[in-house]
Design a protein around this ligand. Structure first.
Ligand code: GP9
Ligand code: MN
Length: 656
């Protein structure tokens, strides 16, 4: 024992030995912090393992910088870096206690967040917080009281290189394992919680610095002249409202009902003779509902968030990553803000954690008054699916909250049950699965049926609440459910070969616009999610022309039916472009050389639309453009925290 202790002491008397001790302390402290201070939703032993190893790579990376300093000073630098990482860790703990999120550079610098936190920092402290610095003090004590000797000799270059080779291997292994458990984590990001869970807080912070620097470089390069080109385009592209529809829903409440992963082929489809979506089928024939059967999703990496981004702003999502994650602090003139200035209150309802897709940040930039995330719902274990609450309990619990909104309101219900991998418990399944042999494809029909039943429940609850006769309901599919990789199975389901041309057709998602008193019917216009905002504004009797919007009113005679996809492909009533090939939309025949000129012209227009929209989003150009009569959104005015909400509601009740 004594021998071992002596050996340990001898080792610690070398710089490398002391360094290893520091690495060990910081690694374990970070791991324990991540485990106990953040709600990361650990789902498996593999995720537990990743959480345990993920601080190691970055701790080595940062503390290892001290090897480049010579002599006695390397101890000082080691401790400075150690201290800074500890401060970063602790600041995130405090920030998380307040905002339920992690620090990002722009939130610190661009908004009043830091100020908000500053005022209440005392109330965030916990008695055990001194523990977060005790390791640092211990290491300092070891040095100051000469418990360890200071070693002046430095590590050889060759050893430093070997050290960094090992560090990079650890970091890459971490990333590789994370990608196995959560494919596309780094390209799509999903959620700050996910990044911390998989790659650790320090790598999260490093990633944030890279992303924010990139974003602010794009922002800095842009200037107010850039908006002129965009403004000229959107003005020239404006589609006049059709008087037959303009103002048909004036003053009504609006509810967007998000049909998760819902493809249009489901509507009126029969699986072994059984209707999959009986309620939506009947809605497509309802006399006050317009059903669009050639409506396309235009989402990319950001999936749900891209769909939301388009419908709130009539701007395209980004070609890489999600605008929700990367552009949460931009200036927007989004639907909740526009409607807010026409007397509307606004709220989002969603049974998943508020940080997913950075919603709790970007909704503030859109001007949403309230965001009821999973913290507002009873999340019984029996009622949960992959990302949160199942649709039926979600609707049931949402209705009492909806009734508290000041009318007229603009609200969005984001559902979850019909989400990949389309898991359906036996007790909840009301139809048989398909029999292609691929389980996610087969159960898709069961989750879609469940989703359909939830919509039915929603309409009946709406009626019961007394809101139905003055509430417009827009239901939209956000993106595909069955991916192109399952084309062979889709071929079996639909009884035809899924060619590249057919694949484009499968990107249709349902759109229903239900307006009490309005004449409904089936509308065959080709349209996309980009068109939703101007369509809605015109139905509400609001002029959309002062705004920068890339879509056009679906109900306008001048509606532009050329629908770009984010990868540059497109579809219109005439031409379908898929992977560099052009087809006749009516027949599916590839276009002959002599007809290519029209397709190439459309291609140029599509490229221009996407480029101009990207300029707006990447350059944050709307900060240079305030439409007449529009009051810019002040993000710092919003707070979706449940305790705050309950408190202010009490205040409201008391003052009544
Ligand atoms: C998560 C939900 C799913 O909150 O909206 O998003 P998706 O994976 O479809 O983008
Ligand atoms: Mn989705």
């Amino acid at each position: 024992m004594k021998k071992m202790f002596r050996k340990g002491q001898k080792y610690i008397n070398t710089y490398f030995g002391f360094f290893v001790l520091a690495v060990f302390f910081l690694w374990i402290k970070t791991y324990l912090t991540q485990l106990t201070q953040f709600k990361l939703g650990m789902e498996s032993p593999f995720q537990q393992f990743l959480l345990f190893i993920n601080p190691l790579g970055s701790v080595l990376l940062f503390l290892g910088l001290s090897f480049f300093v010579k002599g006695r000073k390397k101890y000082r630098w080691l401790m400075v870096i150690y201290f800074l990482l500890s401060v970063l860790l602790y600041s995130n703990i405090l920030y998380y206690r307040f905002f339920n999120d992690y620090i990002t550079l722009p939130t610190l610098t661009q908004t009043k967040n830091a100020g908000d936190l500053g005022g209440s920092v005392i109330s965030l402290l916990k008695p055990y917080d001194f523990l977060f610095f005790i390791d640092f003090l211990l290491l300092i004590a070891l040095l100051c009281y000469r418990v360890v000797e200071i070693q002046m000799t430095d590590l050889k270059r060759k050893n430093i290189s070997a050290f960094y080779a090992l560090t990079v291997t650890i970091l890459c292994t971490n990333l590789g394992l994370a990608e196995i458990d959560r494919p596309e984590l780094l390209t799509r990001e999903f959620d700050h919680n996910y990044l911390v869970k998989y790659i650790g807080l320090y790598n999260y912070a490093l990633n944030d610095v890279v992303q924010s620097t990139k974003a602010s470089a794009q922002r800095v390069m842009a200037d107010s002249n850039d908006i002129t080109e965009v403004d000229n385009y959107t003005r020239s592209h404006y589609a006049e409202p059709d008087p037959a529809y303009f103002g048909k829903g004036k003053g009504m409440n609006v509810i967007y009902y998000h049909l998760e992963s819902f493809q249009n082929f489901l509507i009126n489809y029969r699986l072994n003779g059984v209707e999959v979506t009986p309620f939506l089928n009947s809605l497509s024939k309802d006399k006050h509902t317009l059903y669009f059967d050639h409506f396309f999703h235009q989402t990319a990496h950001g999936k749900t968030s891209d769909a939301e981004f388009m419908l709130e702003n009539s701007l395209y999502g980004l070609s890489q990553g999600s605008a929700f994650m990367l552009k949460g602090l931009n200036t927007y003139q989004a639907a909740p803000a526009i409607l807010g200035q026409h007397g509307y209150s606004s709220a989002v309802f969603h049974g998943n954690s508020g940080s997913f897709w950075n919603r709790n940040q970007i909704y503030k930039s859109f001007g949403y008054d309230m965001f009821f995330d999973s913290s507002y719902y009873k999340m019984n274990a029996d009622d949960l699916t992959e990302y949160g609450l199942m649709d039926k309990p979600f609707i049931k619990q949402s209705m009492p909250l909806v009734k508290t909104l000041k009318q007229p309101f603009y609200a969005k219900f984001i559902t979850l049950t019909n989400h990949f991998p389309f898991y359906m418990a036996k007790k909840d399944a009301t139809i048989e699965p398909a029999t292609t042999g691929v389980s996610s494809v087969d159960s898709y029909f069961q989750t879609a049926r469940y989703a359909d039943e939830a919509v039915k429940q929603f309409f009946s609850d709406l009626k019961e609440s007394g809101l139905a006769d003055h509430t417009m309901v827009i239901l939209y599919g956000d993106h595909y459910g069955i991916s192109n990789e399952n084309s062979p199975e889709m071929g079996k389901i639909l009884g035809k070969e899924i060619t590249p041309f057919e694949r484009t057709g499968l990107q249709r998602v349902p759109l229903f616009i239900h307006v009490p008193g309005m004449k409904g019917g089936i509308n065959h216009e080709y349209g996309g999610q980009i068109d939703l905002l101007p369509t809605l504004l015109h139905l509400l009797g609001i002029d959309s022309s002062p705004y920068i919007q890339f879509g056009t009113d679906l109900l306008s005679k001048q509606h532009d039916d050329l629908i770009p996809f984010r990868n540059g492909d497109f579809v219109s009533s005439n031409i379908t472009a898929n992977a560099g090939k052009y087809y006749d939309t009516a027949t599916g025949q590839e276009l002959a050389n002599e007809s290519l000129a029209a397709a190439e012209k459309d291609q140029q227009i599509v490229n221009m639309k996407l480029t101009l929209s990207d300029k707006v989003v990447n350059g944050d150009l709307l900060r240079f453009y305030t439409p007449k009569g529009f009051v810019p959104v002040d993000q710092s005015k919003y707070n979706y925290n449940k305790d705050r909400y309950l408190q202010s509601n009490k205040i409201i009740q008391k003052s009544r």
